[in-house]
Design a protein around this ligand. Structure first.
Ligand code: PLP
Length: 397
């Protein structure tokens, strides 16, 4: 028997990962994965960019690079982030191997076994797994349509003044799909000011908004730069270029950057140079901006198709968010429903989604389900949603 460390012995394969295996069955319509549409990747544009590079740059793409990222990408990425109003000159930028690595490095930097960490409930499963692998004592705080519940958060902060950090995904939350309101962000800042609890602000989806009038709500807390709170801002190329690049970043205060860079040295020495060169060229050529605009429109079409299909086929007692961007619809069923029962029937009928308890830090609450519309055509959505609606009716009546 291998004698694993205490830290990893409680780790189990997550339902979402197991379902990915099912999702790859060709006869199943999958609303389970949070993957960008394969048909949307800018394959020929990126091929062309690489072909036109001089030999010196092509060779550098095959070489190791600095732990913190290739200088040219750091420069172009700073320009990209500065357009969002982010304080790129007063903070340090670290290129990471996906933004999940940024979250994991921060987890390693802050969490000792048993340390309290405050998260949203529901919460992105990748972050939950990372925090659990460091044996964090997770404190889940409910979210509503405006963001994290401030009363509950303030109560938790009073009970747990030494929480190591608060992790939030305010812009097109995974899985709840929600976009924080400006007011809720202000209340959040007031609740945390002077508390010595850093915020990890995960902005993996913020570029994928459907309504330009949401620009104010999309301004990162990091860009507002409130006094007295250390904000660790994380982002990713995964949803605006491709997750196969495995590139993300963190923009953090100097002291936190230094610690994370040291941890990254032993994690992977550096992120892939090859894809850093591609991402750098994608920004510098300016192609990134029309590309983001194109995928925004496509995801909006898919979201609209899913909302229309839900309206047509779901019983009235099922509630969901109205997606204003991102990849996800979050369905709430009557109290006491077990969405795993629905999932089993849906799989028999040929469609798959993710059950809500996957995203509950305590792994309990299961009268919810996540449907993603990012990787399906409207035709598939129209075919698959009635299958899930039938399963809901069979279980809930
Ligand atoms: C909220 C959120 N944060 C971070 C990530 C990690 O993305 P990546 O590691 O591909 O950058 C994801 C991926 O789905 C996500 O949904």
């Amino acid at each position: 028997m291998p004698r694993f460390s205490k830290a990893v012995s409680s780790l189990r394969s997550s339902e979402i990962r197991d379902l990915m295996t099912l999702a790859s069955r060709p006869d199943i319509i999958s609303f389970a994965g949070g993957m960008p549409g394969n048909d949307l990747f800018p394959v020929s544009e990126v091929e062309e960019l690489f072909r036109n590079l001089d030999m010196r740059k092509k060779q550098a793409a095959f070489q190791y690079g600095p732990t913190h990222g290739l200088p040219s990408l750091l420069e172009s990425l700073r320009g990209f982030l500065e357009k969002k109003g982010l304080p790129v000159h007063d903070n340090r930028l670290l290129v990471t191997t996906g933004s999940l690595q940024a979250i994991s490095l921060l987890a390693k930097a802050f969490i000792d076994p048993g340390d309290p960490v405050i998260v949203e409930n529901p919460c992105f499963i990748g972050a939950l797994s990372s925090f659990k692998s460091h044996e964090a004592d997770l404190r889940g705080i409910a979210v509503d349509s405006e963001g994290i519940a401030i009363d509950e958060l303030s109560g938790e902060i009073r009970r747990t003044p030494h929480a190591k950090f608060l992790y939030i995904t305010p812009y097109f939350h995974n899985p709840a799909g929600l976009l924080y309101s400006g007011e809720r962000k202000e209340s959040l800042v007031s609740a945390l000011q002077g508390r010595d609890i850093p915020i990890i602000e995960d902005d993996a989806y913020g570029d994928l908004y459907f309504h330009p009038e949401d620009a104010g709500r999309l301004k990162p807390l990091k860009a507002i730069n409130p006094e007295g709170i250390d904000i660790c801002y994380t982002g990713s190329f995964s949803k605006i270029l491709g997750p196969g690049l495995r590139l993300g970043w963190m923009l953090v205060p100097e002291e936190i950057y230094c610690k994370c860079e040291l941890i990254k040295q032993s994690a992977d020495a550096c992120s892939p140079s090859y894809t850093q060169v591609l991402a750098d060229e994608f920004i510098r050529s300016g192609l990134i901006y029309p590309y983001i605009e194109k995928v925004r429109q496509e995801y909006q079409t898919r979201a609209n198709a899913m909302v229309a299909a839900l309206k047509r086929s779901m019983p009235d007692y099922v509630r969901w968010n109205d997606p204003r961007g991102g990849f996800y619809l979050w369905l709430t069923l009557p109290e006491g429903t077990d969405s795993t029962e629905i999932l089993k029937l849906a799989i028999e009928g040929g469609a798959v989604f993710v059950v809500g308890k996957t995203f509950d830090p305590a792994g309990r609450s299961n009268n919810t389900m996540r449907l993603s519309y990012c990787n399906n055509s409207p035709a598939e959505i129209e075919e698959g949603i009635p299958v899930i609606a039938e399963a809901v009716k069979m279980v809930c009546g």
